[in-house]
Ligand binder design. Structure first.
Ligand SMILES: [Zn+2]
Length: 347
């Protein structure tokens, strides 16, 4: 390994603590804990020769406004005024035109939200802004420092957030922030390996022929986000043909996953002629994950990273899901080491 991999994180992202969510009528501890990010951070710090952990700079408002509606951001700002011990779970979802509502009235928060497991409190906006800042700076480091691989320890995650809807524990679409930054310089591929379909990322680039979105995920007939992620969703207008969804069955293991990756996902990215890659690095396909339902191992993440690295593209890996916190650091490092090895071998 040559120079250490720049990895971006700000401790302030830990200030936001979702408490619980509902699963089939049962109140369960919220999977998107601060321990997730802390464990990854510890794993990065444990290898100072491999990872260069840095705090990001503040993200320009324009970078968020480029893809999220003013009303949704106003709503987050309204939630900032909640008492510190209060958390809002949107539970009324209006059947009106999208975005119709008053974002200064938290009772109407459901107008910008698509599920009941993604709460708002006084710390949400700050944590989400800095999570997006990690992605923005990780993308910028590819350009400014001619890095081949950077990592954004984005938490809360982002790939479910659309232009004007939050959900799936996501508020700002961090991977899309990175892709939007990089697309100014050429064609960008976003490869989403999270167990769940990246519906937000798909929707943000659905009409865009300059950003290819590829997602391998649990079949949406059975798994969140249920209403997107089907193979027939290929993009529209000028973006038609630039969205590839690969639903994989429950229980998919390393060899089956690798076969799908090699047969369709990676060739599509090569054929597209991508000049940069944004990897939505969800780790909830892990066999012990309480939310995902695949059988991937720590070693599989290394091989997956290595295969993706062989594309030889400047790559920003953006953290998405992964809820077996105890092994999250191990798995993140395994994936990143694989990416670095693949990139080194591709030269
Ligand atoms: Zn996920």
């Amino acid at each position: 390994m040559s120079s250490p991999i720049p990895a971006f994180f700000n401790e302030i992202q830990l200030a936001f603590k979702p408490l619980y969510e509902w699963a089939f009528g049962e109140r369960i501890d919220h999977p998107e804990t601060t321990t997730r990010a802390e464990n990854i951070l510890n794993a990065l710090h444990a290898e100072p020769a491999v990872f260069d952990v840095r705090a990001p700079t503040e993200i320009p408002l324009s970078a968020l406004r480029a893809q999220h509606s003013y009303a949704m951001m106003t709503l987050y700002n309204t939630a900032r005024g909640l008492p510190p011990d209060q958390t809002l779970y949107p539970s009324v979802f209006p059947k009106v035109k999208r975005g119709e509502g008053d974002p200064t009235n938290l009772h109407q928060a459901g107008a910008w939200c698509f599920d009941a497991g993604t709460p708002l409190n006084s710390q949400t906006l700050t944590a989400a802004e800095w999570s997006a800042a990690c992605a923005q700076d990780a993308a910028a480091a590819l350009r400014h420092e001619k890095q081949k691989l950077t990592y954004a320890l984005s938490r809360p995650p982002g790939h479910h957030a659309t232009r004007d809807l939050f959900g799936g524990y996501c508020y700002f679409n961090n991977a899309a922030v990175a892709a939007r930054y990089l697309r100014r310089f050429g064609r960008v591929a976003v490869l989403d390996i999270d167990f769940h379909h990246g519906n937000g990322t798909q929707s943000l680039f659905y009409r865009d022929p300059k950003v290819l979105t590829v997602s391998l995920h649990g079949d949406p007939r059975d798994f969140f986000p249920f209403f997107a992620g089907y193979a027939h969703e290929i993009g529209v207008g000028p973006g038609s043909g630039y969205n590839l969804n690969m639903p994989l069955p429950e229980g998919t293991d390393g060899p089956a996953y690798m076969a799908a990756l090699e047969a369709h996902a990676l060739p599509a990215i090569r054929h597209f002629g991508a000049e940069a890659l944004v990897l939505s690095a969800g780790l909830d396909g892990y066999h012990k994950d309480p939310v995902g339902h695949w059988q991937l191992t720590t070693e599989d993440f290394n091989v997956i990273g290595e295969r993706i690295g062989r594309l030889g593209l400047p790559t920003v890996a953006v953290q998405e899901g992964g809820y077996y916190a105890a092994d999250l650091g191990l798995n993140a490092v395994s994936l990143l080491r694989g990416l670095a090895a693949g990139l080194a071998g591709s030269r």
